[in-house]
Write a protein that binds this ligand. Structure first.
Ligand SMILES: [Zn+2]
Length: 109
């Protein structure tokens, strides 16, 4: 589907969204019913913002020749801890920080 612009001689300019295969040189004006001629406009090409363009370039270069990384980049946030386990419902504990012995009694309601 594409958007085409038509100008009615008696009314104004209007847009029609239709498939390219259905495009005709004129379109019936939705207001007065007169045949309206097509207006040729610049194609609606979006310009990519430069940060996005640079990121896309880096991604393409990395796909061709990936960099070997041995450490986190400077200024990167520390890795996040795992939060919730769908089986136990609790956050996983490191063995070094796990409390010794049985867990404390559950509260009674
Ligand atoms: Zn019209």
């Amino acid at each position: 589907m594409a958007t085409y612009v038509f100008r009615c001689p008696g009314c104004s300019v209007f847009e029609v969204v239709q498939p390219m295969s259905a495009l005709r040189p004129t379109h019936t004006c939705p207001t007065c019913g007169a045949p309206a001629a097509r207006v040729f406009t610049a194609p609606g090409l979006l310009s990519t913002p430069s940060p996005v363009h640079r990121a896309l370039d880096r991604a393409a270069a990395s796909a061709e020749a990936p960099q070997v990384v041995r450490s986190l980049p400077h200024g990167a946030p520390p890795p996040r801890r795992r939060r919730w386990n769908p089986v136990t419902g609790a956050a996983p504990l490191d063995a070094a920080h796990r409390p010794a012995g049985p867990h404390p009694p559950l509260p009674r309601w």
